[in-house]
Ligand binder design. Structure first.
Ligand code: SF4
Length: 484
């Protein structure tokens, strides 16, 4: 199963956690539209509401009133190519000998099958195909023998892949980020407690303050009653593997991830795009909404380089968006994706007619959208359409939880940029280089996951090369207790 999701957890003084969780999930809705769920704990028992649908449709007043307790976790989940069903809706909740467990996961384990086989061999019965249940069973098993911190450490030693988790053991809420920090997770403070969330925009929604990112390999335990939090650095690595696509596409522009405001990162990527492959045209326009910050950075850098007024470039919105159509990136079938582009975007003829246009987008996946946008702009009278892309070509799939496309579907896989340009019908096409991405994110190649643009991954994945010295844990045998 692959998924891209949003997670949240809160621990408050004596206010019910349900509404803050609900508002946080609203703020994270862009990270998943297939299902939404909240699990709370009132000190005696868990309360749960997990359903298919958008946050606003899943919960009504009665649900929020019945989700008792001042501690809870929540989740939104993204539809995948594997179909739409409620087997993998989260948070996953289970009761076992040592109490109750709720678990919300963003990411994807690459050794879930091995762990599942091993746990099934020990008598664990699974109700879903998802890797989240595998983590829950492993943690529940370890909690029978260890305290909370050691049990989490033991599970972290056995799972391999990408995970940002919010977990609730009875009424204790915790957050865990994988040792490579592939997916984001941050800590926030609100008036009467603490919050864990995939993105800081959720904390802003609660009128809270971002405290900091959860560090890669770190466990954060929110104290009961919202009085503080404890942290444990359970696993250390020399390098991180932050998903650079969080900054390029997935995250909200108003979120701060790994100390970088996503909007500023996108503007810097746009500036770098001008520096690497600027082309003189009459007008610069974004593909809304995701290309907007890139295009504003690109146009600003272009105009800084202008030596005369005639060199100044116009920055204009030339494509209008129908806001009631979802992202084409997440439409399950090719047919739906093709129809959605024309439903979603319409050109403003006066902005493009008789002009050469630089069209800026964050990425090209299958090429469906780009091809149709070039067509739309030329139909509206554009003399030339030059495409500039704020990320390198996507040449390989993601195994870390992003339902991107298979290799065969990726337009840039196995081809040259010129082949892609010809396929989408643009007059010119340039992508941003990997080094420029790393620079713009104030990072290095060694600290980013670049799997989908290099074909080399920061994890040990069957049949794929790795860009670092990494081996998945041997889970075929009974796990040793965690070291202190
Ligand atoms: S492969 Fe690409 S999308 Fe997947 S985690 Fe790595 S950078 Fe992100």
């Amino acid at each position: 199963m692959t998924e891209k999701c949003g997670v949240v957890g809160v621990s408050l003084a004596d206010r019910a956690a349900a509404r803050p969780l609900y508002y946080s999930l609203y703020a994270l809705q862009h990270r998943g539209q297939e299902s939404a769920g909240i699990v709370t704990h009132d000190g005696f028992q868990q309360h749960s509401r997990v359903e298919m649908g958008l946050v606003g449709d899943v919960f009504d007043e009665g649900d929020l009133d019945s989700l008792n307790g001042s501690a809870g976790i929540g989740h939104v989940r993204y539809p995948t190519a594997g179909g739409v069903n409620n087997c993998c809706a989260q948070p996953f909740a289970v009761s076992f000998k040592s109490g109750s467990l709720g678990l919300a996961h963003n990411g994807n384990l690459v050794n879930a099958d091995e762990l599942r086989d091993e746990l099934e061999g020990m008598g664990h019965a699974f109700t879903s195909e998802g890797d989240t249940e595998v983590i829950a069973h492993d943690l529940a098993r370890n909690l029978l023998e260890e305290d909370l911190v050691r049990a989490v450490k033991r599970t972290m030693g056995r799972i391999h892949g990408s995970y940002a988790l919010t977990v609730m053991h009875d009424d204790v809420v915790l957050g865990v980020r994988d040792p490579e920090g592939n997916r984001p997770l941050c800590i926030g403070e609100v008036e009467d407690g603490y919050v864990l969330a995939s993105e800081s925009a959720a904390i802003d929604t609660l009128d809270g303050d971002l405290v900091r990112d959860v560090k890669p390999g770190e466990l954060v335990v929110l104290e009961k009653g919202g009085t503080g939090f404890d942290t444990y650095q359970l696993v250390e690595r020399d390098h991180t593997a932050h998903c650079f696509f969080e900054h390029v596409y997935f995250a909200r522009p108003d979120s701060v991830i790994d100390d970088t405001l996503v909007y500023e990162a996108r503007r810097d990527l746009g500036r770098a795009l001008w520096e690497e492959s600027g082309v003189e045209t009459d007008v610069v326009m974004p593909v809304p909404d995701s290309g907007r910050a890139f295009a504003s950075g690109y146009a600003e850098a272009a105009n800084e380089d202008a030596t005369t007024d005639d060199d100044l470039v116009e920055f204009a919105e030339g494509l209008m968006k129908n806001r009631y159509v979802g992202r084409t990136f997440i439409m399950p079938t090719q047919d739906e994706r093709e129809r959605a582009v024309r439903l979603k975007l319409n050109p403003i003829r006066s902005t493009v007619e008789g002009k050469s246009v630089t069209l800026i987008d964050d990425s090209i996946v299958r090429g469906t959208t780009s091809t149709q946008l070039v067509d739309l702009l030329k139909d509206a009278g554009a003399e030339a359409v030059h495409m500039r892309i704020g990320a390198p070509p996507i040449v390989a799939p993601c195994y870390m939880g992003i339902d991107m496309a298979s290799r065969e579907e990726l337009i840039a896989a196995g081809g040259e940029t010129e082949d892609v340009r010809e396929a989408i019908g643009a007059d010119s096409l340039s992508y941003l280089s990997i080094d420029a991405v790393a620079d713009a994110l104030s990072s290095t190649r060694d600290d980013l996951c670049l799997g989908c643009v290099t074909g080399e991954y920061p994890y040990d994945i069957d049949g794929e090369p790795s860009d670092r010295d990494v081996t998945r844990p041997d889970v075929g045998t009974e796990a040793a207790p965690a070291d202190d």
